[in-house]
Design a protein around this ligand. Sequence first.
Ligand SMILES: [Zn+2]
Length: 189
Amino acid sequence: MKSETQGVIFNTSDLPSGGYPQGVVLHDIDALMAKSAVEDAHLYLGHEVIIRRRIRPEDGVDRCPICYDPVYDQSNNENCPNCWGTTFDGGFFPPEKSRAIFAELSERIELTKNGLVRVITPRVTMPPTPKVREGDLLVRIGKDGKEKDRFWIKEVESIEIAPSYETVGQRFSVTKIQYGDPGYDIPLE
Ligand SMILES: [Zn+2]
């Protein structure tokens, strides 16, 4: 039988010099406070968002039965309505709600297949869950509960705090998905 003693270590100067007594569960108070500050900030300043995390090879999901070509190890239909070109059955994990703060950093005009468009590259922060990765879909929801914009998530940095190096927040850049692109066909339910 396992016996466990719950203990609270309030800050790093309280750490016992000989290490933790056996069975003590470490509560990292700095990380807890940071996490709750991050949650609060996103509750007051953030937008509601829906995340669909992209299925990746390491997730152990079967390949798409409709479009996956095992010989070429690729999808034979980039717009496959089952996997959206990811080659994995379903393409994305079910929608998850979170909140995100958008800070617009740069804006430029680019020539795309849809003509001249204003490209805004926002930096986005989010609480630690759901844990996102590059290529995930982020949908911004307006105050009226309706969908506003869709973005692909780019390089993700996780914000960690010592001594536990627990993730207290996430930061990433996003690129806006142009209306009419296949990314707009991915369902949100
Ligand atoms: Zn497919």
